[in-house]
Design a protein around this ligand. Structure first.
Ligand SMILES: C[S@@+](CC[C@H](N)C(=O)[O-])C[C@H]1O[C@@H](n2cnc3c(N)ncnc32)[C@H](O)[C@@H]1O
Length: 225
């Protein structure tokens, strides 16, 4: 494999959007059922999906009856999302989520940030913003590629099938303590923190995952304001 080709985050995801949903992605295989279970019954709830990508979570949540605002700054990812069945139920918002969100204080029952914070440079400001928009009795679910992947030289990446080049949207090198301290600094309570490794069953299903057997690949937080 040649040297990774780094792109600015937004540009990287505009290209990745062409292939994102078809990727053999171990992280997503582990993350998706956990997130669905943690968010539980969202019928009638207001949900923010911050960094929604191609609507992997936003569309099923809206189909369950949630009122979903889905934020992302990649035209490519949003275009893929909007072309999917059920997309019309979601309020798609083209937005840089490192800025103050266009939402009033305490307006969401659930705030989801899935596989985004490794691209966020100022974690403290980001978590404070999630806290601001979450209702006092609300819940936040935050997932991210596990910092242990940095030890394997891995940040968010894909292979562009047109060039066979490994492309990496710009990502930060946050460690576990950076996440935890930013969360606590924003005045949030950690209700749950879990780390998931690739197990034998997943390794058998996914060639890409098999390279990381028993290695932690996913970090997940459940947070309360
Ligand atoms: C790995 S994808 C995850 C997408 C989706 N949450 C999922 O889990 O399938 C990361 C997403 O974060 C978005 N993103 C990264 N930095 C962002 C920013 N500053 N503002 C808005 N979106 C951002 C990217 O455009 C991309 O869609």
């Amino acid at each position: 494999m040649s040297e990774p080709h780094y792109l600015p985050t937004r540009e990287g995801y505009d290209v990745w959007s062409l292939y994102y949903d078809g990727d053999d992605n171990a992280l997503i295989a582990l993350e998706e059922p956990l997130v669905r279970q943690l968010l539980n019954d969202v019928r009638g709830l207001r949900v923010a999906d911050v960094g929604c990508g191609t609507g992997r979570h936003a569309i099923p949540l809206a189909a369950q009856g949630a009122q979903v605002d889905a934020y992302d700054f990649s035209d490519g990812m949003l275009a893929k999302a909007k072309a999917k069945p059920g997309a019309e139920r979601v309020n798609w918002i083209h937005y840089d989520v490192t800025s103050r969100l266009p939402a009033t204080d305490a307006c969401y029952d659930r705030v989801l940030s899935a596989l985004v914070i490794d691209h966020v440079p100022r974690l403290g400001a980001y978590f404070s913003e999630l806290r601001r928009v979450c209702r006092p009795n609300g819940l936040m679910v935050v997932t991210v590629v596990h910092p242990a992947m940095l030890l394997r030289g891995v940040t968010a990446r894909f292979t562009d099938p047109r060039t066979q080049l490994e492309v990496r949207p710009q990502a930060e090198r946050h460690l576990m303590s950076d996440y935890v301290m930013a969360i606590l600094g924003a005045g949030l309570r950690i209700e749950q923190m879990s780390e998931r490794a690739v197990d034998a069953a997943l390794a058998a299903r996914s060639e890409r995952a098999a390279k990381y057997l028993d290695w932690p690949v996913l970090l997940l937080f459940v947070l309360r304001p």
